[in-house]
Ligand binder design. Structure first.
Ligand code: AMP
Length: 206
């Protein structure tokens, strides 16, 4: 199984990715998580990516494509799910070219559709647990799942959120057209509880 999760920042891709992973044997590859790990560890890639991430802009295609290819090389034939990649038409083409070398096309693309106003409200309240990585929207002193310390991502402030959303809309249209043309796109209404949304996804995963 080779999946792509598309959706605005805060559309619930990460949460759905976690649920898919808990039921299916797939490697969850989040380009945002890999970049944040690199920023935290002060790697060359992290230093290069940080200025784009802080401004809510996309890291250049060439940098991100190389990073993704490295990760895909690492996992070999394993099933995978991409969360946060592709973000541009060029990235989508790069991915197809990479996968076609081993005759392993994508199985399905899920687009999590959420109205912008709901996204802004969600992201302004989004907190992540430092221990288990789970994401919650609301006012929490500690993680409701494991009791760990919660933190707010640097790029979850209103200006950056608006920037990220604007960039998302510019690129997303061409991605949706591209995958609809390949008959592998499933649009999922992504308002509601994570479990309700996961049920809508599961219909296409059996
Ligand atoms: P995310 O956690 O997916 O919201 O990603 C956080 C930030 O990492 C984005 O705002 C971008 O700056 C960068 N990023 C993550 N994935 C990509 C990608 N596929 N292409 C370019 N930049 C990315």
């Amino acid at each position: 199984m080779r999946l792509v999760l598309l959706g605005a920042p805060g559309s619930g891709k990460g949460t759905q990715g976690g649920l898919i992973k808990s039921r299916h044997n797939v490697v969850h590859i989040s380009t945002g998580d890999i970049l944040r790990e690199n920023v935290k560890n002060h790697t060359q890639l992290g230093l290069e990516a940080k200025k784009f991430m802080d401004a809510g802009q996309l890291v250049p295609d060439e940098v991100i494509n190389n990073m993704l290819a490295g990760k895909l090389d690492e996992i070999g034939d394993a099933s995978f799910m991409l969360d946060g990649f592709p973000r541009t038409f060029e990235q989508a083409q790069f991915l197809d070219e990479y996968l076609s070398k081993n005759s392993r096309p994508l199985s399905a693309v899920f687009y999590f559709a959420v109205p912008d106003q709901e996204i802004i409200a969600r992201l302004s309240k989004r907190l992540t647990c430092k221990s288990c990585g789970k994401i919650f929207n609301g006012d929490f002193d500690s993680c409701p799942a494991c009791g760990g310390e919660m933190y707010k991502r640097d790029d979850d402030n209103e200006n950056t959120i608006r920037n990220r959303l604007a960039i998302f809309h510019v690129n997303n249209k061409s991605l949706l057209e591209y995958y609809a043309g390949k008959n592998i796109l499933h649009e999922i209404a992504a308002s509601g509880s994570p479990e309700e949304i996961f049920e809508r996804v599961s219909v296409h995963l059996s």
